[in-house]
Ligand binder design. Structure first.
Ligand code: SF4
Ligand code: FES
Length: 248
């Protein structure tokens, strides 16, 4: 199929960006969206032009790097997939596709479609971990029985890949779905309960300091999340936060 790509080009964080139009030809429906972008970039390099900068790594839905806003939707028109898992068969011959970076104050643009998501790392550094005694008498995690329902919910929360689509889809650029998944995956397990109080307070405070907006329950994050992270996690994080503030 032949397509017209309208891509956000921006040289650096300080220069003004703009949409630039590029035609691409002979795109196979079985290609992934990133492979289609590779075809364009090879053409641009052969012409001596600057290729489009975009983040990618695993190309199999695991690393969360391939952040692209495609035709007004984070990760494009499909559900439950990342951009690297999106197939070109979702589009048709002659289509015009708009491709933009995540747009949020806390995710400043580095170049073209690449944004700086280190704010997520700082939220994780604030408390997204458990402190484990590694002196040689560590208790094997499997020796602690955990109810199946809790284990399943913790696992589901742990499938968050930190892609940032929730922030990009939210009109408030809220990071509540991401942070609540990271709080929940530990809050549900006995190993995570020891530091639960400090964790939720520190992670929520860091989220606010980083400039993410607040949650107004529109639910766009849940719809666009490629891993199906549930809003239930936000409710859990709010309960954890309230509990921690009362017991402080
Ligand atoms: S909650 Fe979903 S959309 Fe948000 S960072 Fe995690 S995987 Fe991505
Ligand atoms: S490149 Fe890793 S999730 Fe898309």
């Amino acid at each position: 199929m032949n397509l017209t790509l309208k891509i956000w080009r921006q040289k650096n964080p300080n220069e003004k960006g703009k949409i630039v139009s590029y035609p691409v030809k002979d795109i196979d429906g079985d290609m992934s969206f990133l492979e289609m972008m590779d075809v364009l970039n090879v053409e641009l390099i052969e012409k001596g032009e600057n290729p489009v900068a975009f983040d990618h790594d695993c190309r199999e839905g695991i690393c969360g790097m391939c952040s692209m806003y495609i035709n007004g939707e984070a990760h494009g028109p499909d559900r439950g997939v990342t951009t690297c898992q999106l197939h070109m068969r979702k589009f048709k011959d002659g289509d015009t596709i708009y491709i933009e970076p995540w747009r949020a104050k806390a995710f400043p643009i580095i170049k073209d479609l690449m944004v700086d998501r280190s704010a997520f790392d700082r939220v994780m550094n604030a408390g997204g971990f458990v402190s484990v005694n590694t002196s040689g008498n560590t208790i094997d995690a499997n020796a602690t029985p955990i109810p199946k329902e809790d284990a399943d919910k913790a696992f589901e929360a742990a499938t968050c890949i930190g892609c940032g689509a929730c922030v990009a889809s939210c009109k408030n650029a809220s990071a509540m779905l991401f942070v609540s998944a990271k709080v929940s995956q530990l809050a549900l397990l006995p190993q995570g309960k020891v530091e639960a109080k400090e964790r939720v307070i520190k992670m929520v405070n860091t989220m606010d300091e980083e400039g993410f907006g607040n949650c107004t329950n529109t639910g766009a994050c849940e719809v666009e999340c490629p891993k199906g992270i549930s809003l239930e996690n936000i409710a859990r994080m709010n309960r954890e936060y309230l509990k921690a503030m009362i017991l402080k």
